[in-house]
Design a protein around this ligand. Structure first.
Ligand SMILES: Nc1nc2c(c(=O)[nH]1)N[C@H]1C(S)=C(S)[C@@H](COP(=O)(O)O)O[C@H]1N2
Ligand SMILES: [Mo]
Length: 522
């Protein structure tokens, strides 16, 4: 009587041999996944960086992330939300790839999973805002390369022909693994190198000539700055300016390639390039930008000197139809924003900006051109890398965030923040300077009050007002007695309205509530 040969040769489930096989399977899966991404990235360079499988999956996740999760990510990681996304995506993929590789040893489960992943990713690629049919290629080629790598690693060359498990010697496995790993790395590196169109943009930006403003911004006098250590600088350095956008890779747009098309409900379509833009009157304005996702006390707000061209003048060249009520702007990467047309035309300093704090826009802040509209949260006004302005109507279209439930029109709500003392700071008893900022763009700040514990509200001293469209700093001299204390702040805007104490989250139209800080006095 004969025993089935498999019971003789199959290692026991937990034997060292079996464990070794599992590790090999996991390594094979990881290398196959690296091959998909590396080769996919390389092919993507020939088409569009946005078609790279990793970016396709990442951007698709960003687009479909519920607002609660997006807010949590921004709250926790701030402008590092993308890094956090990439790391968690990489971890999930690595785990999945390792398991798929282990399963592949017995049945081609890993290969089947790769095909499924490929179909899903290719489908997602076609949904990208700037996609055409070529967007499936990087994924397709990457997946084919990944399957070949996986089959080679679990079964050697014969495994490419047969789906039966084939034994591979340890040396053969290591040699193949090294080869596949090197190939994936080289492909990814070559992809990066070739994809270094960003280098061109860096060089282009270094050469970019800023227009000289016909109307320079009023001087930022020292009186607008509270003279207290640790208070926010009145003008935010570009390097410290908050960054919020959906772009996983920075759009690489040179000023030579840049065009702005104005069309839709207009008498004619007009197109600006940088030369045509430069012939127009430039202005410089100091404006405080604010993100709707800013939590009470948060730092998603910043003030800069923006150099650019009044949007209303550009629109006038196209001739606006009187029944248009929305300016739908589109960025080179397909992101859209709907701005109430009235806000662009009512005389406020709504700009197509090309400069920030005396330099060309940083690439992350929209180089070579972006919109800045005072008084409106960024997601309804501040399109970066803008290339298209369409005159349309709110009852016809929705934009990126309004499609996801955020408010159609979103004026910035009055807010105030304590900057010093720092949260949970320990300060010596006696005179303690409390200071911070408050903003109510378009209306102006008329008063700021501070409360210690449950004592009566006290009036803070306001620094000079720069303009209605910038934040205003405040200070308050506190005679601090030992103990733990809670400081609270609230502002009143020029319309006479005082900030409500009702705490609401950023969704759908901006947070409300009073900022408070706990400090220890010794
Ligand atoms: N192209 C593009 N522009 C965009 C966004 C974006 O995701 N893509 N986000 C908007 C949002 S929500 C804000 S708050 C501002 C932030 O501008 P900043 O990154 O320069 O601070 O940009 C706006 N413009
Ligand atoms: Mo935002």
């Amino acid at each position: 009587m004969s025993v089935p040969s498999s019971t003789l040769t199959a290692p026991q489930p937990n034997s060292p041999v079996e464990r070794g096989h599992r590790v090999r399977g996991a390594v094979a899966g990881l290398l196959a996944a690296a091959t998909v991404l590396g080769v996919g990235h390389l092919v993507a360079v020939l088409i569009d960086p946005a078609s790279s499988p990793f970016f396709v999956l990442g951007s698709t996740m960003v687009d479909h992330t519920p607002h609660a999760l997006k807010d949590a990510a921004i709250r926790r990681f701030g402008s590092n939300d993308k890094l956090a996304l990439f790391i968690s995506m990489g971890a999930v993929m690595a785990a999945g790839a390792a398991v798929a590789g282990m399963l592949e040893r017995r049945r081609p489960v890993g290969s089947v999973l790769l095909v499924v992943l490929g179909v899903v990713t290719a489908g997602a690629a076609l949904q990208r805002p700037t996609a055409d049919i070529r967007f499936v290629l990087p994924t397709a080629v990457g997946i084919i390369a990944g399957i070949i790598a996986l089959r080679l690693l679990v079964g050697g060359a014969p495994a490419l022909r047969s789906l039966e498990p084939v034994a591979v010697s340890r040396r053969r496995f290591l040699a193949t693994a090294a080869g596949v790993g090197a190939l994936a790395l080289v492909a990814a590196a070559a992809g990066r190198q070739l994809g270094a169109r960003l280098h061109d943009v860096v060089a282009d930006r270094a050469r970019f000539l800023l227009p000289r403003p016909n109307r320079p911004a009023p001087t930022v006098f020292p009186e607008v700055q509270a003279q207290v250590d640790g208070v926010t600088p009145f003008v935010t350095d570009a390097a410290d300016f908050y960054r919020v956008d959906t772009a996983l890779q920075l759009p690489a747009l040179t000023s030579a390639d840049w065009r702005l098309r104005i069309h839709g409900m207009t008498d004619r379509t007009v197109e600006f390039d940088m030369d045509r833009l430069r012939m127009r009157t430039a202005v410089e304005r100091v404006i405080t930008l604010t993100c709707v996702s800013n939590e009470v006390g948060g730092n998603l707000a910043g003030t800069a000197r923006w150099l650019g061209y009044p949007i209303a003048d550009l629109l006038a060249e196209a001739g606006i139809h009187s029944d248009a009520d929305m300016l739908l702007s589109r960025s080179i990467d397909g992101f859209t924003i709907g701005t109430p047309l009235a806000a662009v035309l009512d005389g406020r300093d709504a700009l197509l900006a090309v400069g920030m704090n005396g330099a060309p826009l940083p690439i992350a802040h929209g180089y070579p051109a972006r919109l800045v509209v005072p008084g409106l949260y960024g997601y309804v006004s501040a399109t970066k890398w803008v290339v298209d302005l369409e005159l349309t109507r709110f009852d016809r279209v929705r934009a990126y965030w309004t499609e996801r439930g955020w408010a159609d029109r979103a004026p910035i709500k009055t807010a105030s923040r304590i900057d010093v003392p720092a949260a949970f700071a320990t300060v010596p008893a006696g005179v303690v300077m409390v200071a911070g900022v408050a903003w109510a763009q378009g209306r102006g700040i008329d008063g700021v009050e501070v409360q210690v514990d449950d004592q009566p509200w006290e009036t803070a001293t306001l620094a000079s007002e720069y303009s209605l469209d910038t934040w205003r700093q405040w200070t308050w001299r506190w005679d601090a007695a030992p103990g733990n204390h809670t400081l609270r702040v609230r502002a009143t805007d020029r319309s006479g309205e005082r900030q409500t104490d009702r705490r609401t989250p950023p969704f759908p139209s901006g947070s409300t509530g009073w900022h408070s800080r706990v400090v220890t006095v010794r």
